[in-house]
Ligand binder design. Structure first.
Ligand code: PEP
Ligand code: MG
Length: 754
């Protein structure tokens, strides 16, 4: 069947267009279609198999025996046709019978035909049927012939779906049933819901172009817009979405400008497809190629291309919003490659039940926000965006870092039972709410919570914590479309203090930058390659003094008549703390002069998150009312391991002698100077880690609200002196498996670890 790809496809597509418009039965249309394709491709056989009641049924044929129509039925994975549908792949064989999957069906009379080529008919990434051609002469089909078949299959899929001829279409890679996938534990908890993609997939509705020039123009302007977006993202990498870090952006850029890609899309348009269908068509081809790639790095890059292709599709079809913009309709398991904290906060908290990410890391701010929201998160779930389809039911077990896509009834029942048990355990923790956090030998441990939204403050009472040890004021900035003014800050701080009542609240001045993106604060300096070590937190606040002054005034006024506890993030040298404190003191003077109300006392603290500060504690401690150790940042700097990089997410352990020795030195020095020291990073919210911290002398914690119960249960079961002796030995003569040794010891002493 010699032909030129675009012209042959185009002729068939024009013909299909006419058939689609005709008033005739669906069966008659299919019969016409197989004749048309066979004729144009000069093929002896052309057959269409469609998925019906879970089987691939021969619906129409030109060349095989007509008696076989609606009689020949194959299971998914059965025969050549079943293999094509199950694996979503193309088969191109000079001798069909020599393929291991070949299943002879005598009723078709196909024994005369040696060569065989088949392509899946795909809808929403799932095969709903197969289009096949056959010849008596044994020969492989040429690439352009296969391409023509694929293009035709694409248009056929629209026709088949419109005529409701096939099942909705299960996915094409044999993943029809339940699938359990393991990932990385990011936020514990169990939840179930339906899959919703953060970046919704565009379903191509119209495949046949009315005006090819107009389609070309649409693709041209979509490419221009997409390239602008990518350039913009690369420029603003500092405040870009996490996950879209430099390497990915660079690859994006490379693909976005790839002439080969745009040429292939244009060729597909030439063959008669709409812009959307052409993009999808080229994407399908990439997907098919991806299946044969073993190199994981190359595969990853192919995913990048797929992301970009989805972006182009959204631009060309004008559907740019995320699922948050459209609104969640049901209990949702949100699926994304990665998310930024601000993106997560856009979702309706009543509907958002869990998040599953292809990337993700333990101390990325998105994870911290999810933890604060009580939303379980499983990260590093490879390929989830391809395994699950929009609307698939999903069970998320954040405690064991596994998910089940499309669970069976039995799996769902077992999951629900475990969910009920975990609720029971939570209820048991609730009974500890009014019990003090005291070890068996009488050491008092202070448990406060980390918060960032007014709702978190409302949870304070329920958690039984002693106060808010870290209020991340930047969260308000993250959820706002523009810089929050002094009045709205004042309103939030006041309501937090009111909700906390007698309990103390430690406000941290804004920690913007790093992975906490603020699109409205981007300026020339946002091009940093390494934002976590860049222009963020106190560094940014000190330079943008007006921002810091507004915050200081809001805090001072909100805390009038009470004690204001304020601390500064990312202090690297004592002078930064002094400058920030001086700025606050100036505002106090200003308030007094202006006869504005001021707090009855102010306690100033610094966060120790940058290792250099540990060397300057002799200078700093006398100036502090308290010290707060932010282990999330501190450990990323100690290990030189980006906290937001998923590849490093489980590489280093908090329970390492290096971390514990470092923290012990800091804690000992603060205690000797009589300055209270508190750990407020995520590390303190894990019972085993918290136990190790108690072992090096830490007595004050600020942790995620859900961790208060489990940590308190651990505290009440330990003898602090015994723990100190044990941890002391482990860090003095360290073994590589510190975590295991400590947890074995805890088990032997029947210490509950959540
Ligand atoms: C930390 O770094 O440990 C910390 C508590 O601050 P954040 O996680 O907000 O950076
Ligand atoms: Mg920090």
């Amino acid at each position: 069947m010699p032909l030129t790809a675009a012209s042959a496809s185009r002729e068939i597509i024009v013909g299909l267009h006419d058939v689609m418009a005709k008033r005739m039965s669906a069966q008659a249309k299919l019969n016409t279609v197989v004749d048309l394709i066979a004729n144009k491709l000069r093929s002896e056989v052309c057959s269409i198999y469609l998925l019906h009641d879970g089987k691939l049924e021969l619906y129409a044929t030109h060349g095989l025996r007509v008696e076989a129509v609606h009689v020949t039925r194959l299971s998914l994975s059965e025969g050549l046709v079943g293999t094509i549908a199950a694996e979503g792949r193309i088969l191109n064989l000079d001798e069909a019978a020599s393929h291991p999957a070949f299943a002879y069906r005598p009723e078709t009379g196909e024994e005369r035909f040696h060569s065989f080529a088949g392509v899946p008919i795909v809808r929403r990434e799932n095969a709903i049927g197969v289009l096949a051609v056959q010849h008596a002469e044994p020969r492989c089909y040429e690439d352009i012939e296969i391409e023509a078949l694929q293009t035709v299959a694409m248009v056929l899929s629209e026709m088949i779906v419109n005529a409701r001829l096939a099942d909705g279409g299960r996915r094409g890679r044999g993943e029809t049933g339940a699938q359990r996938i393991a990932g990385l534990k990011l936020v514990t908890g169990m939840a179930k819901g339906v899959a919703v993609f953060h970046q919704p997939r565009v379903v191509v509705e119209h495949t046949v172009a009315d005006d090819i020039e107009a389609e070309r123009a649409r693709v041209y302007s979509a490419f221009r817009r997409m390239r602008e977006q990518i350039d913009h993202m690369t420029r603003d990498a500092e405040f870009g979405t996490i996950g879209e870090h430099n390497e990915i952006l660079e690859t994006y850029k490379m693909f976005a400008y790839d002439e080969g890609w745009s040429r292939r899309i244009n060729e597909a348009i030439d063959s008669g497809l709409t812009a959307e269908a052409a993009i999808e068509r080229v994407q399908q081809r990439t997907r098919a190629r991806m299946q044969d790639i073993d190199d994981p790095l190359l595969k990853e890059r192919m995913h990048d291309l797929e992301d970009l292709s989805n972006r182009l599709l959204r631009i060309v079809s004008g559907r740019m919003g995320t699922a948050a913009k459209t609104g969640l309709q049901k209990d949702t398991v949100l699926i994304a490659r990665n998310l930024g904290p601000a993106e997560l906060l856009e979702y309706d908290r009543r509907r958002l039940k869990a998040v599953v990410l292809e990337e993700g890391s333990l101390t990325a701010h998105m994870t911290i926000v999810a933890r604060a929201m009580g939303v379980p998160v499983v990260g590093k779930v490879e390929d989830i965006r391809h395994v699950a389809s929009e609307g698939d039911p999903i069970l998320v077990d954040g405690d064991n870092a596994t998910i089940v896509v499309r669970p069976t009834r039995a799996l769902t029942q077992a999951f629900e039972q475990r969910m009920a048990m975990s609720q029971k355990r939570r209820a048991q923790y609730a009974t500890l709410k009014n019990q003090p956090a005291i070890t068996t030998d009488g050491a008092r441990i202070s448990l406060m919570v980390n918060a960032g939204l007014a709702e978190d403050a409302a949870m304070l009472e329920a958690s039984g914590a002693e106060g808010i040890g870290l209020f991340r004021t930047e969260f308000q900035f993250l959820v706002s479309a523009a810089l929050p003014g002094r009045q709205s800050q004042l309103k939030l701080y006041r309501s937090v203090l009111d909700l906390a009542g007698e309990k103390p609240v430690v406000f941290r001045t804004v920690d913007i930058g790093g992975d906490k993106a603020l699109p409205y604060l981007a300026d020339a300096r946002d091009e940093a390659e390494n934002p976590a070590m860049g222009w963020r937190a106190l560094r940014l606040s000190l330079e943008r003094a007006t921002l810091m002054k507004a915050q200081a005034r809001a805090l001072l006024e909100a805390a009038s008549g009470r004690t204001l506890n304020v601390m500064f993030p990312m202090v690297s040298e004592p002078w930064e703390y002094e400058e920030a404190r001086a700025l606050f003191e100036e505002q106090v003077e200003w308030a007094k002069k202006s006869r504005k109300p001021v707090p009855k006392a102010i306690r100033y603290g610094a966060m120790l998150e940058v290792p250099s500060l540990a060397e300057m504690l002799d200078v700093l401690l006398p100036r502090l009312d308290f010290l707060s150790i932010g282990t999330n940042d501190l450990t990323q700097f100690l290990f030189a391991a980006d906290r937001a990089d998923p590849r490093l997410a489980d590489r280093y352990d908090w329970l390492s002698p290096a971390i514990l020795r470092f923290l012990k030195r800091v804690s000992d020095q603060a205690v000797a100077a009589g300055v209270p020291v508190r750990v407020c990073g995520e590390m303190g919210g894990r019972p085993l880690e918290a136990m190790a911290l108690i072992g090096i002398g830490i007595r004050n914690f600020s942790i995620t609200p859900a961790a208060v119960g489990p940590v308190k249960a651990m505290v009440r079961a330990i003898d602090a002196q015994e723990v100190t002796a044990r941890v002391g030995k482990l860090i003095a003569a360290p073994a590589p498996d510190l975590r295991k040794r400590l947890s074995d010891w805890a088990k032997r002493h029947r210490i509950p670890l959540g």
